[in-house]
Design a protein around this ligand. Structure first.
Ligand SMILES: Cc1cc2nc3c(=O)[nH]c(=O)nc-3n(C[C@H](O)[C@H](O)[C@H](O)COP(=O)(O)OP(=O)(O)OC[C@H]3O[C@@H](n4cnc5c(N)ncnc54)[C@H](O)[C@@H]3O)c2cc1C
Length: 437
């Protein structure tokens, strides 16, 4: 952290400076702009949206992270926050709840009751008992992992696999990595807010809509511009500005503010505060990130007959596949189809994880995979570009660890709020501080 001893000249002064134009940064900046505040957004990449947008490759639009899914669709926190800004959230109607691939067969879950037919009698009873208990038992009195608790409730393999693959796909962690209480909070969010939906046009129109909203309210969004240090005013005892560098020209500038919102994640923000004077709080960053692997597949043939998640219950690695082009046809050239697979990375060996994914794809789609499909990109999400900066349930509560420095994003998800709903909820929980003069 760079320190200054006196209040700087009023040049380049903003009500708020946002580091990072991911979904969290954009939602924050839009909230400031809507309240009439001046805001500067710094983004080191040449586009907005972070891990919630697409980039072009081979004539296709490939996601930078998310599989376009908004976990609770039009009922969730993200949709609500967008609506409060006057921005639309228009979902593509879901054709089924989900489907399950098991024992070489593909079961479609179209009506709620279909689930019981798919599971069979004993597993259905176990599932109902589990959901009933999770609805009513809030706290076990000790921090038992969800997996340990689950094993005591059922020995039905299909029930265990169902929860395992939900944890892998929806949270990008193993079910032993989160507590019973957190899984309970997550499932209650599903029942309270609703099932996933894909917005019309996918994730990109949402972040571009936010960028346009900020600009229309006089906000400045600087792309290819990296925040390189956070300034601290020792007299005031709070942050007071950001130093940043244009990645094309190398030019370094400084902008001043009383409020910095960091969307860069705990580790990167802690690095910006490097060298903090003794006695000044720092951003705690010893958290575990969620890592995952995604294969982007282009196919001449449609392989999943719906626009929701196909959970893979007995594959080695892949936990779910979405034929994203069913909901967002513009991702691929006419007549083509795009499938995104997702798996938790069980180790750091990307080649091995990819190989296991390919074996899974041959198991699920048979000869159609080699005949019709091409993997256009394999993306490992870890370290500085993970699935979540902090695994579900371990997010720190303190969103203002240094006076004037507010943290948002998927390292600060409130309990029970997952993925982009967690990002939106992290903004919602500090929104009142963004609208103060
Ligand atoms: C493979 C995968 C699949 C996923 N699937 C889904 C899904 O289907 N549904 C869902 O809800 N979520 C999903 N997620 C999670 C979701 O994508 C993320 O939680 C969310 O996009 C994170 O948003 P954010 O704003 O917190 O962070 P980011 O999107 O990472 O934004 C942070 C921004 O800060 C910028 N930045 C960092 N440091 C600096 C600096 N020093 N100066 C300037 N800029 C800086 C970065 O470039 C980035 O643009 C998935 C993630 C992955 C990786």
């Amino acid at each position: 952290m760079t320190t200054v001893s006196a209040a700087p000249a009023q040049r380049h002064h903003y009500d708020a400076i946002v580091i990072g134009a991911g979904l969290g940064g954009l939602l924050s900046a839009a909230t400031v702009a809507k309240a009439g505040g001046s805001v500067l957004v710094l983004e080191r990449l040449p586009y907005v949206g972070g891990r919630f947008t697409t980039v072009q490759q081979d004539g296709c639009e490939i996601t930078t992270g998310a599989l376009h899914m908004v976990p609770h669709g039009s009922g969730g926190v993200l949709a609500k926050l967008l609506r409060s800004l006057g921005l639309p959230f228009t979902p593509v109607p879901r054709s089924v709840y989900a489907s399950f691939f098991l024992d070489g067969k593909h079961f479609i879950w179209k009506r709620r009751v279909d689930l019981f037919g798919i599971l069979g009698l004993k597993a259905s009873i176990d599932l109902l008992k589990i959901l009933f208990q999770m609805h009513f038992i809030r706290y076990l009195g000790h921090h038992e992992s969800f997996l340990d608790w689950l094993h005591k409730q059922s020995d039905e393999q299909i029930v265990l696999k169902l929860f395992e693959r939900f944890s892998h796909f929806a949270l990008s962690i193993r079910p032993d990595q989160l507590s019973y209480e957190e899984m309970r909070a997550v499932l209650r969010s599903v029942f309270h807010y609703g099932f996933p939906e894909i917005p019309v046009g996918g994730c990109k129109p949402i972040v571009e809509g936010l960028g346009a909203f900020i600009a229309s309210r006089g906000g400045r969004v600087l792309l290819s511009t990296q925040a390189t240090g956070i300034l601290f005013d020792e007299q005031l005892g709070r942050v007071c500005g950001v130093r940043y560098r244009d990645r094309h020209t190398g030019e370094v500038q400084t902008a001043f503010t009383r409020r910095i919102i960091s969307n860069a994640g705990p580790k990167a923000t802690a690095a910006l505060l490097d060298g903090a004077p003794a006695g000044v709080a720092s951003v705690p960053a010893p958290f575990t990130a969620a890592a995952g692997l995604k294969l982007h597949i282009v196919s001449e043939k449609s392989l999943i007959p719906h626009n929701s998640i196909m959970f893979c219950l007995d594959t080695q690695r892949i936990s779910g596949i979405v034929e994203v082009s069913r909901a967002v046809p513009s991702l691929v050239p006419p007549g083509m189809h795009m499938l995104d697979t997702f798996q938790v990375m069980m180790n750091d060996d990307v080649a091995m994880e990819r190989e296991l994914a390919l074996r899974d794809l041959r198991y699920v789609f048979g000869s159609d995979f080699d005949r019709h499909c091409r993997v256009v990109r394999t993306s490992a999400f870890r370290r500085a570009w993970p699935v979540n900066h902090v695994i579900q349930g371990e997010d720190p509560d303190d969103q203002e660890p240094v006076p004037g420095l507010v943290m948002v994003g998927d390292g600060y998800k409130p309990t029970g709020h997952i993925m982009v709903e967690g990002v939106a909820a992290s903004v919602q929980s500090i929104a009142h501080t963004l609208t103060q003069p």
